[in-house]
Structures are given as C-alpha cells and as structure tokens.
Write a protein that binds this ligand. Structure first.
Ligand code: PSV
Ligand code: MN
Length: 425
C-alpha cells in the first residue's frame, strides 16, 4: 500500500491550529534561529535496516507480528510508508544474505519510487547459511582455518558487488568472532587473522566506498570478542587505511560506558564513520531509541554536532546514520517511527546548545553554568520544531496517529496475511 499526499495533507490540516500555537510559543522562548534548526532537521535522514521490519525476537522466542513483509520488495514498501509519514527515513540498509537483491534495476526503481536510496550494506558471517560449505562456529575472519577465512572474505566481496549494483557506498562489517572460554583462542592470532581478512576486503572496496568496522563488547561469545571495543575497531580501521572507519552501535558497550566521550574522540581522529541507534538497559537490548536513556542520547548528539562542526562535516551526510533495533512486542513500523522521532528530538536539542557559552563556562571552570547550558537545551520541548520540519518536508504532523487512523497495519495484513515472517533477526 502507499499513503497518499492528500491523506497526509488532510490530517495535517486538522492538527495545524494546535501545532501553530505550540510552535509560536516555543519560538518566542528560543534564543536561537529556529529556521536554521528546522532546515537541518529536514535534511537529516536515518537509514532503516531491512531486518528491522519484522517483529524481532529474543533468544527465547519470536512472537511474529501479522502482515510482516515477505520479501525485499515488501520491505522497501514498508520503509516507503515510514518515509511518507516522517520524511526522515530515506534510506534502506540491506543485510546479505537475509535480503539478496535479484533484479537490481527493478529494486532500484522501486526504492526510487518511494524516494529511497541504499545506505550501508551489511555482511553476515555470524550465522551458517543454507548451502554454505564451511561453518562459522569458531569464527569467520579470525578462524584458524584459512579456507573459512577465505569464505568470509569472499562473502564480503560479494556483498560489495550487490551494493555497487544498487548505488550503495559503504559496507558495514560486524563480526561475532571471539571465544566462549579462556584458552580457546590466541588473542594475537585472532587479531592478526581478522586484520588480514579485512585487508583483503578493503582491497576490493571501490574508491568512493567506505568500510565500517562495528565493535561489540560481548554476545554471542561471552569470554572474548575479536572486535570488542572502540579501541580495537580503531586499531583495525587505522591499520586498514583511509577508507576504513569505526562504527558505533549504542548497544555495544559495557554498562555505563561513556559513549559521548568515545564519539567525541573518534570524530576528532576522523575515524567515526557509521552509527547504529537503539537503546538499552542491560546489554545489547536493541530497544527503541531514546526509550531508556534520553539524556545520554542528547549528550551523544551534543558531541556529534560539536565534532562534525569542528571538522566542517555535513550533519546529514558526514556519517552513516542507521537504526539497529529489534521490536520484541511492538508493531515494527510504529517502533521505527518512535525511534526516528527520538533521534530528531535529541538532534534538535543538541542544535539548541549555546556552544560559545559552554566553551566560555569551561574556560572559567564554571561547572554549574556548563551543566545548566546543557540541561537548558535538553529540557526544552523541541517537539514542535521536529513536527514543523516534517510538515515542511511533506510528512505528517503526527505520524503514529495517522498510521493508526489510516489502519496501515490492518491493510498490510489484508494484503499479506496474518502468518507472514520477515527474514532477519
Ligand atoms: C549485531 O548485534 C548488530 O548490531 C550488527 O549491526 C548486525 O548487523 C545487526 O545487529 C543485526 O544482527
Ligand atoms: Mn549494529
């Protein structure tokens, strides 16, 4: 199904009066030019991964939702629905082999029809796939057997080829390689094998491509992970060369890690390339962005904005932005709308920070004023700015309300049936 412009316009008309009131009240109190902020919000796009359109499960069970997309075309259709509603979900991030494009031209045309492009491609050597010759049980790029390493390298090169055909410009590599018990693995050999394997993939990267090395503290291995933290990822990225970058996934740290500091330093080194949004309470919970620690999300955005500005990078295109969440019990599309909204709220709040005053407070060692400056921005209800940016971009003032009133899920169930299961998590 598609959402028609008139449906969006009709619903916006009904909400316009109330929205205008809130926006005017906010504008009257803002110290910054809201037009410049709204323009930036309009441009900011967050990629949607193809595996996030089904109801993700936990390691215990997956309660599949109804009307889930059955193939790559229907996944693109779902992302098109999101983008029609919020105008901020303009890119698809494909995971191979969960979603292998067969007819590139028609997939590209379908995406273009919905105003979507192709963001980072994701490889997958963390599972054994049907028909695969060798097993990744003991790792992929770190494996003691060169033939397994070669299989993982070949797979990544294959993923790049799919990406080139679709117009993507980057490859994200997340490795589950590591060990489950002490003694199982030589850390040094595992690192070296992984580096050499990544170097082979790096050689196959087109000139205008980037490779993102994603790290994760633990899981599925619970003793060691071969790309376990930002230090290790940065080591690989530095040794690989200028097209290699670190990717930060918000859920991939040990509890209480200072992610905003990690982001600040990676950006300063010019080595932050990709970003996966989600939220967590305990581990890699993959919960809705901003649902647990919104202040942390704001502090991270504050460093992202400061760091991107310091390097003269475009906020919208400087990094590869993507949601990486799993919607255990929610309708995936509603959950994704909530995540994108939370991301834009944190971004808008970060744009409100008076960077000069903050710098001055720091120079004066005025700790209280520095905190006040940040919290002043964080405690501003910027939702009218985010809604206004959607309105100006042709989206809905209230995407979730419209999604529900148009009965989108019910219609998808009508088209696809109750018992559909999307590939992915
Ligand atoms: C791993 O936990 C991860 O964050 C990687 O980005 C994967 O590609 C994705 O989740 C799906 O498993
Ligand atoms: Mn991730």
């Amino acid at each position: 199904m598609i959402i028609h412009k008139e449906e969006i316009a009709n619903s916006n008309e009904q909400l316009a009066g109330k929205h205008q009131q809130k926006l005017t009240a906010l504008n009257n109190n803002l110290k910054k030019d809201s037009k410049a902020i709204i323009d930036k919000l309009v441009k900011f796009q967050v990629g949607i991964p193809s595996w996030a359109l089904g109801t993700g499960g936990t390691r215990f069970f997956r309660f599949s939702g109804a009307g889930e997309p059955r193939n790559i075309e229907e996944k693109i259709e779902d992302i098109g629905l999101l983008h029609a509603l919020n105008r901020s979900s303009g890119a698809v991030s494909l995971h191979i082999p969960w979603d292998i494009p067969e007819d590139y031209a028609s997939i590209r045309a379908l995406a273009a029809q919905h105003g979507l492009g192709f963001d980072a491609m994701n490889s997958n050597t963390f599972q054994d796939h049907p028909g695969q010759k060798l097993s990744y049980k003991f790792g992929s790029m770190q494996h003691v057997d060169k033939a397994v390493r070669q299989q993982a390298i070949d797979h990544n090169i294959e993923v790049i080829k799919h990406g080139v055909a679709l117009g993507s410009k980057s490859l994200t590599v997340w490795l589950s390689d590591g060990s489950s018990f002490p003694g199982q693995l030589s850390f040094r050999k595992a690192f070296q094998n992984t580096l050499e394997s990544l170097a082979e993939v790096y050689k196959a990267l087109p000139n205008d491509w980037k490779i993102f090395v994603e790290y994760k503290a633990f899981e599925p291995n619970f003793y060691s992970t071969t790309v376990g933290d930002w230090g290790q990822s940065l080591l690989y990225a530095t040794k690989l060369g200028p097209k290699a970058y670190t990717l930060v996934d918000l859920g991939h740290h040990l509890p209480n890690a200072n992610i905003e500091q990690i982001v600040a330093l990676l950006l300063q080194e010019g080595k932050l390339g990709g970003f996966h949004f989600n939220d967590s309470k305990y581990g890699d919970d993959d919960l809705t962005t901003g649902s647990i620690k919104p202040y942390q999300l704001f502090l991270i955005f504050n460093e992202l904005v400061a760091g991107l500005d310091a390097r003269g990078l475009n906020h919208a295109t400087g990094l590869g932005w993507m949601i990486d969440a799993s919607h255990n019990i929610k309708d995936p599309l509603e959950d994704l709308l909530q995540s994108v909204e939370a991301i834009l709220i944190a971004y808008a709040q970060a744009l409100l920070v008076d960077a000069e005053a903050l710098e001055d407070a720091r120079e004066q060692n005025d700790v209280v004023r520095a905190q006040e400056i940040l919290q002043d921005a964080f405690r501003t209800d910027v939702r009218p700015l985010v809604a206004e940016s959607r309105l100006q971009a042709g989206g809905a003032l209230d995407p979730i309300a419209l999604y529900r009133s148009l009965k989108v899920r019910e219609k998808l169930i009508g088209e696809r049936g109750h018992k559909t299961v999307a590939t992915g998590l």
